[in-house]
Design a protein around this ligand. Structure first.
Ligand code: ATP
Ligand code: MG
Length: 261
């Protein structure tokens, strides 16, 4: 499909095509399309731009990754379709391990996602096949499985686009969970330790930038930055931003005198 770059929704349409392509290539589950549509809706509401509350969460996330003992970046089909290069760049910049972590696990999808990451420069990808031999308690069936060298032993896990149940389960295991989620009301956004309310396609490159910038900071300064981050306040700001924006848009809509066909 050819989308003219002048189209007002060019970027959004291009991203939608990438997820559809991931379905065609067999590594994005059909449910991934629904998740993407929900993300698009919230992106519309926040104004399709990285807002100050997201910038602050990105800085906190960078500090958490840089002070982690064992940081892991969890990758699912949508993330592999939308931001494979940035995910690999982030893993190298921290450095952190990459792990395939799927809601609907199949061997074929795991391998295809690992292949996409390798094509973008990843050296090692955990969580494929027998490597996902450890289990996260309190989750059902295939969703429990993680790498014993990765998420299972991680102290900090970045989960761009995660499900609420899994985020809660990881938190109960005492892990610091960083989520990227456009919906500030989702259970993932509420349950994560640090929530970046932004599109993964905008947040990921910014996170790579932040890690690169903060890398020269000493541990004490990074921990100070981390402590100053208030997740509840940041989420409240995201919700207020949407409410304020909608109120302003409603006020600016034409009333009587508009053409009624
Ligand atoms: P939860 O399980 O956390 O309550 P949910 O069931 O509504 O949320 P899921 O399908 O489990 O949603 O996860 C998808 C989440 O990812 C949604 O909250 C959606 O807003 C978000 N999302 C989808 N696409 C993007 C994107 N490109 N960038 C950031 N977030 C996204
Ligand atoms: Mg869910």
């Amino acid at each position: 499909m050819v989308i003219p770059p002048t189209h007002p929704r060019y970027r959004s349409l291009l991203e939608r095509e990438k997820v559809v392509e991931g379905v065609r290539e067999g590594y994005v589950a059909l449910q991934g399309l629904i998740a993407h549509g929900r993300g698009e809706c919230f992106d519309y509401l926040i104004g399709e731009a990285t807002q100050p509350f997201a910038e602050r969460a990105i800085e906190a996330a960078a500090a958490a990754l840089l002070t982690a003992r064992h940081p892991v970046i969890s990758v699912n089909g949508n993330v592999a379709a939308l931001a494979p290069g940035d995910v690999v760049a982030l893993a190298k910049a921290v450095p952190a391990l990459l792990e395939v972590n799927l809601f609907y696990r199949t061997r074929e999808r795991e391998e295809k996602i690992a292949e996409v990451l390798r094509r973008h420069g990843a050296e090692e990808v955990l969580g494929v096949g027998e490597d996902a031999a450890c289990t996260i308690p309190e989750l059902f069936s295939e969703r429990r499985r993680v790498s014993c060298r990765g998420i299972y032993v991680a102290d900090v896990v970045l989960v761009p686009l995660e499900d609420g149940d899994r985020t809660e389960a990881l938190r109960r295991l005492g892990k610091t969970v960083i989520a990227i989620d456009l919906n500030p009301l989702s259970r993932t956004a509420q349950a994560a330790s640090i929530t970046i309310v932004d599109n993964v396609t905008r947040a990921m490159p910014k996170l790579v930038e932040a890690v690169t910038r903060l890398k020269s900071w000493d541990r004490k300064r990074l921990l100070g930055l981390l402590r100053s981050y208030d997740k509840g306040a940041t989420l409240a700001e995201a919700v207020s931003h949407i409410a304020k924006r909608l109120t302003e848009i409603a006020a600016s809509l034409p009333r009587r005198g508009g053409v009624v066909v």
